[in-house]
Design a binder for this molecule. Structure first.
Ligand SMILES: [Zn+2]
Ligand SMILES: [Zn+2]
Length: 241
């Protein structure tokens, strides 16, 4: 695949496209292999090849289990979210797509990935779509919140209201990468704040990648403290251990 040997050329192409993007993908070629893709962002072959999650996963956290039963960790320490829906496993070439989306603000990719996760949630009864908020400092660095860019097409596709203002990230925590699961949980504690009550709301909580899920779990905890009755995590990719 072209992306394997020419990451820089992919990023260059993505940047050019990001410049063109007016919400619509204008180029004719597949972002991954460069072959013609009839105006779609990926050709059918590359789309079919994206790394899906195994069939048997924990319904709560989406990690693989033998027969789709809840995993040991979720049984021992139930998370604050009720279920996790993830479209892909976070590995090549999905990781490259996410990086391209995150660092080049590729709106057509956001629309594509947003529709992918929306289709996972078509049977979920929900009231509200909430993106995982970024801290204002991080937002200034990056220029956009990738979770919000994914949540927009999710809300449109599912016909649900989008709420990106009620919840804020009030602590600028050090990067989570490199911390153990326990320390990530500690690191993220009280990082979020909600400005209103969400009594009885069933929430689709959107983010790009779920690694340990510590940030998502902390926001789920905060949302439930404010009355939310059910939290479904909706993520593009799950990191498998
Ligand atoms: Zn392709
Ligand atoms: Zn689990």
């Amino acid at each position: 695949m072209r992306i394997l040997t020419q990451n820089t050329s992919l990023l260059a192409r993505v940047r050019t496209l990001a410049g063109q993007a007016a919400g619509r993908f204008l180029a004719q070629n597949c972002l991954l292999c460069g072959q013609t893709s009839e105006g779609e962002i990926l050709c059918q072959a590359c789309a079919n090849d994206l790394p899906r999650l195994p069939a048997s996963i924990c319904p709560r956290c989406a990690l693989p289990t033998t027969a789709g039963e809840p995993c040991g960790r979720c049984l021992a320490h139930p998370p604050h979210y009720d279920r996790t829906l993830a479209a892909f496993s976070y590995e090549f070439p999905l990781d490259k797509l996410i990086q391209a989306f995150k660092y080049a603000h590729h709106l057509a990719l956001a629309a594509y990935l947003g529709r992918e996760i929306a289709s996972l949630a078509s049977d979920v009864v929900a009231d509200l779509v909430v993106p995982l908020p970024l801290h204002p400092v991080r937002l200034r660095e990056r220029g956009f919140n990738q979770a919000l860019e994914l949540a927009r097409p999710v809300a449109v596709t599912l016909g649900l209201p989008l709420d990106s203002r009620t919840c804020e990230r009030i602590r600028h925590t050090p990067a989570q990468a490199g911390l153990s699961w326990k320390n990530r949980e500690k690191n993220i504690r009280h990082a979020f704040q909600c400005a209103r009550e969400l009594s009885g709301q069933r929430i689709l909580l959107v983010d790009d990648v779920m690694t340990t899920g510590a940030s998502l779990n902390e926001l789920a905890r905060t949302l439930k403290q404010h009355g939310a009755s059910e939290i479904t995590l909706l993520v593009v990719a799950r990191t498998l251990r």
